[in-house]
Design a protein around this ligand. Structure first.
Ligand code: M6R
Length: 618
């Protein structure tokens, strides 16, 4: 979704503002966008803007061809089109009078507001909802001569979701922002300050940051940050230190962020496990600020999430139900909210989200709150909205995930969900301490096993390259292998634009087997033969059934599982692991396959078409 950067520096005007903003936009590219633009305030001259449809490189080319003058304040934007197509004209900033504004979100009442403005003689040049905000700000400023007060007035009149940044031609010393249901963080520099959609926008310059609350206005100058609510009352923004460094967001020698993030997975899992036991080996989840009595009293867990995060929730369901004997429902967040779900004060609503900003998931959290449920966020991004609005948070420590399609965050989410399950089992007495310790030891062994899968990935890469012309691929799994199959299919759709579907293997005979024809590639995720025997033997039977009908079987099986060999065209081996933990291994060849096949097709694996990293509108 849209990326936003703001900057004010001290000293003589220079090109630093523009450089900071362009660099910040580059770091926010992972959010997905289809146009980009900047606005500068040039002292004594006024506003200077540039904007271009397409990638940031187009804007940079435009700036090289037509350089902007040195400036004080600067704002920049990458736009993911909602109202109006991705054109130069619809790109932000939008200017009205002496004000330039950029916006992330949707102004839901813009039709009515625009009609009022048109009636008053305003002239619009774009199809966007944002241009309405520029006109409203301009009119409000004219009444008071105060950009901060104007922003508060306009923010109160808007419905929908928004992060807004505005600059005024006569005020090269300040940038004013507002946020409602959309992210905005402040970066605190030495003689300069920053604003960003997330900390990636400014981590090259400072790691000191302020987390803005809901419905707040912020005004930054080079040396000050002032935060108020929409009524102008002073508000307190929490200060925090960003523990990601700029290098962590770089590719580190890999051909793409996606390749790097797949390779980073052992570390992501290890870091998510780090520091979560006390000296006696007991699991301690310090961030879980929920009263233990409340956790003991819950009688149902509902996981709300979208996309890959929802598949992590499905894996969590198998583990938590098995370990804790608490019923777990997993619901797509957008369905949960509009379905009148049966949840109450004894329900724990667990929101899983890499970004912490997914609007559907945020709304599900709010709905859970309204029903009196306790809410817990499993989130990767510090300073984001979902953890702030939840009763408790369990952070995954995957580091910044830049590629739009999720990989390392998925493994970290599953890991955090396992920790939650074991913690609840410990707290509620479902397991003895030594049983919890055994599971934790098995979890700690997983990063090395993931590394083994990565080290063996040569063959899956080779097969992926050979399959670059494939039109359709099916994925089958059972038990925890079922969400893995769905995630494998999602990765292939997202990255390689190939039709792919994941099925529960048991469902095969109820319909999907009709799709099998000679040569149809089918990945099958096979459970451990050392787990429940009937589970393994049933999946082996499924492989035979599709092979008999001509399918090309690509089998992911544990080391030592020889039963699959006679029926597999290819076997991709993973190390032995407990049944419930196996998804941390079995999904990896599927990620590698999708990434390699997309690369073979010459596609941009980091920014697949039509997708946004952070879906901040419903
Ligand atoms: O940031 P979140 O984890 O809340 O995002 C949820 C989904 O939008 C995300 O997982 C999406 O499905 C990715 N494209 C998956 O690769």
């Amino acid at each position: 979704m849209c990326g936003i950067v703001g900057y004010v520096g001290s000293g003589p005007v220079s090109t630093r503002g523009l450089e900071v903003v362009i660099e910040g936009l580059r770091r926010l590219e992972y959010r997905g966008y289809d146009s980009a633009g900047v606005a500068l305030v040039v002292p004594g001259v006024g506003l200077a803007t540039a904007k271009k449809a397409g990638k940031l490189a187009n804007l940079v080319e435009e700036l090289d061809a037509h350089p902007l003058p040195a400036a004080g304040a600067a704002i920049g934007h990458t736009r993911w089109a909602t109202h109006g197509g991705p054109t130069d004209t619809n790109a932000h900033p939008h200017v009205a009078g002496k004000i330039a504004v950029i916006h992330n979100g949707i102004v839901e009442n813009f039709v009515r507001l625009k009609a009022d403005l048109l009636a008053q003689g305003a002239v619009f040049t774009s199809e966007t909802d944002t241009e309405v905000v520029a006109h409203l700000l301009s009119a409000a400023y004219d009444l008071t001569g105060d950009l901060t007060a104007a922003m508060a007035t306009v923010a109160r009149s808007l419905e929908g979701t928004f992060t807004l940044l505005a600059v005024h031609a006569d005020h090269p010393e300040e940038v004013v922002g507002a946020r409602h249901d959309s992210p905005l963080v402040v970066g605190l520099g030495e003689g300069e300050n920053f604003l960003g959609s997330d900390v990636a926008a400014f981590i090259a310059h400072t790691r000191e940051a302020l987390e803005l609350g809901q419905d707040e206005i912020v005004t930054i100058t080079a040396t000050s940050v002032q935060v108020t609510d929409f009524d102008g009352n002073p508000a307190h923004a929490r200060r925090f230190t960003v523990d990601w460094d700029a290098a962590a967001a770089e590719k580190g020698g890999f051909r793409s962020f996606m390749d790097k993030e797949i390779a980073d997975q052992p570390q992501a899992v290890a870091d998510t496990l780090l520091g979560r036991t006390d000296a006696a080996g007991r699991l301690v989840l310090d961030e879980l600020r929920i009263d233990e009595a409340v956790l003991r009293s819950i009688d149902k867990i509902v996981v709300v999430a979208c996309g890959t995060a929802a598949y992590a929730g499905h894996v969590a369901k198998y583990a938590i139900e098995h370990w804790c004997r608490i019923p777990v429902e997993v619901e797509l967040a957008h369905e949960f909210r509009y379905r009148d779900p049966v949840v109450d004060e004894r329900t724990l609503v667990v929101a899983i989200s890499q970004s912490g900003e997914t609007m559907d998931t945020l709304m599900a959290v709010r709905h859970g709150h309204e029903q009196g449920s306790t809410t817990l966020a499993i989130v990767n991004t510090h300073g984001s909205t979902i953890p702030r609005e939840s009763d408790a948070v369990l952070y995954t420590h995957a580091g910044p995930e830049v590629a739009v399609a999720s990989t390392k965050a998925f493994l970290a989410q599953i890991t955090a969900a396992y920790l939650l399950g074991l913690y609840l089992a410990q707290l509620r007495g479902n397991m003895f301490a030594d049983e919890v310790a055994t599971h934790l030891a098995e979890l700690r062994a997983m990063p090395a096993k993931i590394q083994t899968v990565l080290d063996r990935a040569g063959r899956v890469r080779q097969i992926a390259r050979w399959m670059a012309d494939t039109q359709t691929v099916l994925f089958l799994g059972r038990h925890v292998g079922y969400p893995v199959a769905m995630e494998g299919a999602l990765k292939l759709k997202e990255l390689a634009y190939i039709h792919a579907e994941g099925f529960a293997a048991g469902e095969l005979k109820h319909g999907p087997i009709a799709l099998i024809e000679p040569g149809q590639p089918v990945f099958v995720v096979v459970p451990s033969p050392r787990g429940r025997h009937s589970l393994h033997s049933k999946v082996v039977s499924n492989i035979q059934e599709i092979r008999a009908r001509g399918a090309r079987t690509l089998v992911i099986a544990e080391d030592g599982d020889e039963d699959v060999v006679p029926f597999a065209d290819e076997v991709f081996r993973v190390p032995q692991a407990p049944t419930l933990l196996a998804p941390l291994l079995t999904v990896v060849p599927l990620q590698v396959f999708a990434c390699e096949l997309a690369n073979a097709k010459g596609l941009d694996v980091d920014q697949p078409r039509n997708l946004a990293k952070s879906v901040t509108v419903e």
